[in-house]
Design a protein around this ligand. Structure first.
Ligand code: APR
Length: 289
């Protein structure tokens, strides 16, 4: 049914046939899929109250989130960057999975029972897919509940769910709740490695850093073998995730997008479901919550 794109005529034809909110058409494709890849971004967690990166929610105090998520920002001011991550950890740890997370977890369980493969590749670091019950989750950009030692001789990777991660951040970090003239945080009060007592950093892939090689290999394998790809709540502008869906299309496999935006991120996507994914996704997957 879905043959590789061979010509410009095929492409034009496909654009003309793109289905907006075609739940019945999507269900047929979904039912026939044996190996489903799901790519998620910040939009899947928006209804859990977690701010997205771009647009109105993309600021912390006067800083653009993207400007703090860099190795340069951490080298220049580790206390500021840790305070920002304390704030993000606090939100993630106190938020609950929403209906989009839950529908994906329940659909994965159904796939497992039916001997079909289902993989989530997420750009999110909030851990909400796993907390909803998803099992096969590839975290492309790291995780808020992990910390890594900055000492090159140690590099110990640890899980840490403490909130606050250290006392100095208690009652700090929420821009809506705090006043001005907060005391400056001393570097010695920042989170330390359990093994060598040196400074740890959030286990997050920051702008300008490479993704973990094994994580990237696992994601590639999913992208290269899937027979259906769902793209949920991502602006599809950050690489390498942004190339995953186009690669699936190149292989001649269908892509369905779920996004608040009315227009698809790529005109070649086969299906587009505009609106909140907490509503559209359970309906598309046929999951009752
Ligand atoms: N349902 C569906 N889509 C939504 C919803 C919702 N309830 N709310 C927002 N969206 C969509 C927005 O329309 C937007 O396209 O989610 C997308 C969020 O885009 P970004 O904020 O750019 O997030 P993301 O694509 O995950 O960013 C990728 O960039 O900053 C880095 O590392 C960070 O992982 C992040 C990466």
């Amino acid at each position: 049914m879905f043959t590789p794109k061979q010509s410009i005529f095929h492409s034009i034809n496909k654009m003309a046939n793109r289905k907006i909110s075609d739940f019945a058409g999507f269900k047929k494709v979904l039912d026939g899929a044996k190996n489903i890849a799901v790519l998620t971004g910040a939009g899947v967690s928006a209804e859990s109250g977690i701010p997205v990166f771009r647009g109105a929610g993309g600021f912390w105090r006067t800083h653009r989130s993207q400007d703090l998520a860099t190795p340069q920002a951490f080298a220049a001011n580790p206390a500021l960057v840790w305070e920002f991550y304390h704030y993000r950890r606090n939100i993630a740890f106190t938020s609950l999975p929403n209906n989009a997370h839950k529908a994906l977890a329940l659909y994965e369980a159904q796939c497992l029972r039916e001997g079909r493969r289902f993989s989530i590749i997420t750009q999110n670091v909030d851990g909400l897919h796993q907390r909803a019950g998803s099992i096969n989750v590839i975290e492309l950009h790291g995780a808020l509940h992990k910390v890594k030692c900055t000492n090159p001789k140690c590099r110990f990777l640890d899980e840490n769910y403490d909130n606050p991660i250290c006392e100095v951040f208690r009652n700090r970090g929420d821009p809506a709740a705090e006043g001005y003239n907060l005391p400056v945080i001393d570097k010695k009060d920042l989170p330390k490695c359990k093994k060598c007592q040196k400074l740890v950093r959030p286990y997050i892939v920051w702008f300008g850093e490479n993704l973990d090689f094994k994580v990237m290999q696992a994601a590639r394998e999913v992208v290269e073998t899937c027979d259906l790809c769902l793209v949920i709540g991502t602006s599809s502008v950050v690489y390498p995730a942004a190339m995953f869906a186009p690669r699936v299309l190149e292989r001649g496999m269908p892509v369905a997008e779920f996004n608040l935006n009315e227009e698809p991120a790529d005109e070649m996507f086969d299906f587009h479901f505009p609106g909140k994914c907490g509503t559209t996704l359970p309906k598309a997957l046929g999951i009752e919550l």
